[in-house]
Design a protein around this ligand. Structure first.
Ligand code: ADP
Ligand code: ASP
Ligand code: MG
Length: 807
């Protein structure tokens, strides 16, 4: 015999009931079909009952429930059978209306009456399904016997098993039974608790020693996490009973926790299947051990709406019976404790309960420990609300070291505060408490960290959509599919700001509509607001990308890093600002386990900083850096000719987008100083911009005037440069603007290089860097290539993004 249970969605539409017909009637075995109420009907009944008790009108709701059933009958039956079925359910509606009327008049809803009302959902659906399948109906209230603990009654197993097996001994091949409902010995109707239809099916399975219990629901099986929260969750092919038990205990609603025990005791496998996808493999829950090759973590589950109590006091240490009294007091009020955590010093115990019971629990404990509290032996009773419990479960955890370390490192790195932790002694679950507002982020982070997700997601908040920003967006859109497929990385743009507007979208902004969306946005750009919103969105793996050259934006980095969000900056203001600020940013990033990357600050996309970092990390020491770091200046000096005077070369550099908006930042040497300072700092030297010796090659007056004056007078330099140029040309020499750093001392100046010098052949706007280290000493390391331009800079930013994702 097999027991098949169909949940609310499965019985809730004409189409799905037809599917049930195909699934059930093609079977060879003897089958009992256990059904839930039509999806949502139990909740509707609960609303009706509660409203009636408050004296509110419920005609509309009652009509809706009736109509829902009548429409199902309309869709499932021919005219004759339809009328008969309607006749069969009408008396139930009359009875329900009378009870509700009673609640309305008395203005009181007892747990006993509530059970009676909620039970109508299954009573109605079972009539419908048994008539549709044209098979016999077993009245579960006659065979499942419980105590009078209304709302969640306790089963008398012996009697129930006897009654079920008697009832099943006479069925032909198929029968239908309502889930969820049962009765006490005095005949009152009881229920097995919300979600209890699964349990009904398990009781039937255990009673008849069924070959299998099948739970047919609306998802493809037991998944690695709740698919409504984690879109990347996938079906777990196999679970042991205890894994399934732990996951459901901690909130995986797909199976009601008490369901496992009856079938586990009889070693009956549970198969979870999707009514909408009957050919899918589903999940098999059985005794067999995992084979050691599985992920150590099988799944994650969570419960929100939790209150955590902590009792604390030195007077508790070494005193026997405290826990017994504590949990005894809670048990007296039937308060279920979901998680317990005790400090090994015994001076505090924390426990988590459903927040509905917060007040009762608080009173019960205060009453139980009245004397200890008065005498100060218990000093504190703390109560924290609006929390959630999250649990990871897997039998293989006990064979893998370092799971807890990795878990809490990952959680901490994302700025999630852990309120309490508990680990089962069997080492097959670790559970912990976080704020409700951190739950979604926690689930995502953990799902990803333990490779339960098929890919890693990076949530990008981009500021600046000028040339570099736009190029970056384009590169992201081009690479997206490939990265996802080959590198398990999904890049998602979740926020964008330009100088006028900003937009946010938790689900990701489609790059093809990004420009329109930002143009149409009503939200004015405001960097403080942008950062606040980004932090408030509380998304995991977030990264702030600054593609501007704006000092105001760089001011926000510390706040961003402080909130556990990585920063990727093409903007060089921060890394080249005061040394103390640079250090503060680096230290904040290290402290919070996030990244602060700025590879494109020097040499655009050239891997300069990362090379220096790698050399340093591998124990090398950078002794000397010699470099041509200004693409603009190199372009200018490579362009000067008989026909192109100095002032025109400067103009050309600006027109081609090499130069900074004010070319004097290049001409004065400031830009190179900034870059040299960054390289020196990354090489481990404490240096300020002011300490770099700057030998300028045009008179300082040019830098003190306005930009307009500069443009109108710069041609005054042409003659002097032309004179020098002729001399250089005769000697086959070239100008290079060179930065040198030697053991922490730095200088920049215009130098003349001879043929054969490594800097001699340096075309266009290219950059070159010679790194002398202890290891690369006699022959320094040479890095050369495009040192400016939007595309290469965007590619460098892109490379930093990939580094943030850690793949
Ligand atoms: P039914 O009405 O069939 O009994 P439920 O709503 O009780 O269905 O349970 C199925 C739901 O459980 C799914 O739709 C899903 O949203 C939720 N759920 C929570 N955690 C999990 C999980 N780990 N795997 C699958 N489903 C889960
Ligand atoms: N119909 C009941 C409920 O909604 C039982 C179930 O669906 O399992 O809780
Ligand atoms: Mg259910």
């Amino acid at each position: 015999m097999k027991i098949l249970k169909f949940g609310g969605t499965s019985v809730g539409s004409v189409e799905n009931v037809r599917r049930i017909g195909e699934i059930v009637l093609n079977q060879q075995d003897q089958i009992v079909v256990v059904v839930s109420a039509l999806g949502g009907v139990t909740d509707n009944l609960l609303t009706v009952a509660q409203k009636a008790a408050l004296g509110a009108r419920i005609d509309g709701e009652m009509m809706a429930i009736r109509k829902r059933h009548e429409e199902m009958i309309d869709g499932l039956f021919n005219e004759h059978d339809g009328i008969e079925t309607l006749n069969a359910i009408h008396p139930l509606f009359d009875e329900l209306e009378k009870i509700i009327q009673g609640v309305f008049l008395i203005g009181e809803l007892t747990p006993k009456t509530l059970d009676k009302i909620l039970g109508f959902g299954e009573r109605l659906s079972s009539i419908l399904i048994s008539r549709y399948l044209n098979v016999q109906l077993i009245d579960s209230t006659l065979v499942i016997r419980t105590d009078r603990n209304f709302g969640k009654a306790n089963v008398d197993f012996e009697l129930t098993y006897k009654l079920i097996s008697e009832a099943c001994s006479t069925i032909k091949q198929f029968a239908v039974a309502p889930g969820f409902i049962s009765s006490a010995s005095d005949g009152s109707m009881t229920t097995l608790g919300r979600g209890g239809s699964d349990y009904t099916a398990a009781l039937f399975a255990a009673a008849v020693h069924a070959g299998q219990l099948e739970i047919w629901t609306d998802v493809d099986g037991f998944m690695t996490a709740d698919p409504r929260v984690i879109s990347k969750a996938y079906t777990i092919p196999m679970l042991t009973y205890s894994e399934a038990m732990e996951l459901s205990h901690f909130g995986a609603k797909v199976i009601y926790p008490p369901t496992i025990l009856p079938v586990y005791q009889k070693n009956i496998p549970i198969h979870i299947k999707n009514t909408m996808n009957p050919l899918g493999d589903g999940t098999l829950i059985c005794q067999s051990q995992t084979n050691g090759k599985d992920h150590p973590i099988k799944g994650i589950s969570s419960i929100s709406g939790i209150t955590l109590f902590t009792i604390q006091g030195l007077g508790m240490v070494g005193v026997t019976g405290i826990s017994m009294r504590l949990f005894g007091a809670l048990a007296k009020h039937e308060i279920n404790v979901i998680l317990i955590s005790q400090a090994s010093s015994e001076n505090s115990i924390s426990f988590a309960i459903d927040s509905h019971f917060t007040d009762i629990a608080g009173e019960a404990i205060s009453y139980e420990f009245e004397r200890e509290i008065a005498s100060g032996r218990i000093s504190k009773l703390l109560c924290e609300k609006e929390l959630s419990i999250v649990a990871i479960v897997g039998e293989n955890m006990k064979h893998s070291a370092g799971i807890a370390g990795k878990l809490f490192h990952t959680i901490g790195k994302n700025g999630i505060n852990v309120v309490a932790i508990a680990q089962g002694a069997s080492e097959q679950n670790i559970s912990w408490v976080v704020k409700n507002s951190d739950l979604r982020k926690t689930l995502n982070v953990v799902h990803e960290a333990f490779f339960l997700s098929p890919y890693v997601e990076l949530n990008i908040f981009l500021v600046g959509v000028g040339t570099v920003g736009r190029d970056l967006i384009e590169q992201i859109s081009r690479q997206q599919e490939k990265l996802k497929k080959e590198h398990r990385l999904k890049l998602k743009i979740t926020g964008v700001a330009n100088s006028r507007k900003m937009i946010f979208d938790r689900e990701g902004i489609d790059v093809t509509t990004l420009k329109d969306r930002i143009d149409q946005s009503d939200e004015k750009s405001d960097m403080s607001q942008f950062c606040q919103t980004m932090v408030h969105m509380n998304m995991f793996n977030s990264v702030f990308v600054d593609c501007t050259a704006n000092a105001k934006i760089a001011e926000h980095y510390l706040f961003v890093l402080e909130n556990f969000i990585s920063v990727v900056a093409a903007n060089k203001v921060a890394a080249s600002s005061d040394y103390s600020r640079y250090r503060a940013l680096k230290e904040m990033a290290a402290k919070h386990g996030v990244k602060f990357l700025f590879e494109t600050n020097v040499g655009a996309g050239l891997p300069l900083i990362s090379t220096i970092n790698d050399l340093m990390r591998s124990g090398d020491r950078i002794v000397r850096i010699e470099a041509v770091l200004s693409g603009t200046l190199n372009f200018i000096f490579n362009t000067l000719s008989k026909d192109i005077p100095f002032s025109q070369a400067v103009r050309m550099a600006k027109e081609r987008g090499y130069a900074e908006p004010d070319p004097r930042i290049d001409l004065s040497g400031i830009d190179v100083i900034r870059k040299l300072v960054i390289l020196a700092r990354e090489s481990g030297y404490k240096i300020e911009k002011e300490e770099v010796v700057n030998t300028q090659f045009i008179p300082s007056g040019y830098f003190e005037s306005t930009i307009e004056e500069f443009w109108s007078t710069i041609s005054g330099m042409d003659e002097e440069f032309e004179k020098q140029r002729i001399i250089l040309e005769a000697g086959k020499q070239k100008w290079r603007f060179v930065g040198v750093m030697n053991e922490g001392k730095a200088s920049v100046s215009l130098q003349v290089v001879d043929p054969g010098h490594p800097f001699y052949d340096l075309e266009g706007s290219n950059n070159i860097v010679l790194l002398t280290s202890e290891r690369y000493n006699e022959y320094p390391m040479l890095i050369k290539g495009y040192g400016a331009g939007a595309a290469v800079t965007a590619a460098g930013v892109f490379a930093d993004l990939i580094k943030v994702s850690n793949i």
